[in-house]
Design a protein. Structure first.
Length: 149
């Protein structure tokens, strides 16, 4: 079966008949096994897809059965909601509403446990709907802003 899989704004066509086993380890944490490999991830459904975290990185993922073309998929999924991957303090908001950003560009810096974490854009687009400001405490997975293509 073929699927469109978008990871952090990059689109892949995937064809696989390999069985996938998914087991819930605890609330929001899953063990995924396929092809002799196993991954432990946290997964949360967002308004614009699924947010996966593997303990090192956060991935914004959208999956759709490959019925239409690449262009059709991209038109249907033209935004990304940016959420905080950790609880912390917003040290710096690096963008403004209406600003054009590129994939991988830092949007916000959040400090947690004296470490500064750059939250980056998963896609090229325009910043919309910023909901945080410098000095604001944010919780894990709290909505920060939206990027629209």
């Amino acid at each position: 079966m073929k699927y469109w899989v978008e990871v952090d704004g990059e689109l892949f066509e995937v064809e696989s008949d390999a069985p996938v086993e998914i087991n819930q380890v605890m609330n929001g944490v899953y063990s995924i096994s396929s092809g002799g490999r196993t991954w432990l991830i946290s997964m949360e459904e967002g308004q614009d897809g699924i947010v996966l975290e593997d303990g090192h990185r956060q991935y914004h993922v959208r999956i759709q059965r490959a019925i239409g073309s690449r262009e059709t998929f991209q038109k249907q999924h033209s935004h990304a909601d940016i959420r905080s991957p950790i609880p912390g303090l917003v040290v710096k908001v690096l963008v403004e509403e209406g600003q054009r950003v590129e994939k991988g560009q830092s949007l916000v810096i959040i400090e947690a446990m004296k470490m500064r974490n750059h939250i980056k854009s998963p896609m090229d687009g325009v910043v919309k709907d910023i909901k945080v400001s410098e000095g604001k405490a944010v919780g894990m997975r709290e909505y920060l802003m939206r990027i629209e293509s």
